[in-house]
Design a protein. Structure first.
Length: 147
């Protein structure tokens, strides 16, 4: 299993930072390979389910089903993403801190590839850490530019 923890201070109100992560359209800007959002459904309690069309490194498009499992505005958001061969959960907590918001993120993923799954996870772990750090830095920069 892949498990990556990140934390960053974002120069924005907790409500605004939560809303940013709650909006699936922001996936297109900050997720490598994300092409478009489709099939968006909102449950009565506000949780979303949607499909992200992703582009693989080989140029093939594939769907990723995303579901918000826990949504507690403006404090917590947990999503689960699924595609054949891959399941991921991303939990984010949002806490006010020094006039901004501390975003604490835990990303866990499992690659379902039989005996080779653990090897793929080992190879993917560092890349996942770099991508998670890059996304958080981009969010910080985006909010800083608003100031």
């Amino acid at each position: 299993m892949i498990k990556v923890r990140t934390s960053a201070w974002v120069p924005g109100k907790t409500e605004d930072v939560f809303s940013f992560f709650d909006d699936p359209d922001n996936t297109l800007e900050f997720t490598l390979g994300a092409q478009r959002i489709s099939r968006m459904e909102r449950a009565p309690d506000g949780r979303l389910a949607y499909t992200v069309a992703m582009l693989s490194s080989r140029g093939k498009e594939f769907p990723v089903e995303v579901e918000q499992l826990v949504r507690i505005p403006p404090r917590h958001l947990t999503t689960r993403s699924r595609t054949p061969g891959f399941t991921a959960t991303h939990a984010r907590d949002f806490e006010p801190e020094n006039g901004g918001t501390r975003v604490m993120s835990v990303f866990t993923a499992q690659i379902h590839r039989g005996l080779f799954g653990p090897l793929f996870e080992l190879l993917q772990r560092d890349r996942t850490r770099l991508e998670a750090d890059a996304v958080m830095q981009a969010v910080v920069e985006r909010f800083a530019a608003r100031q």
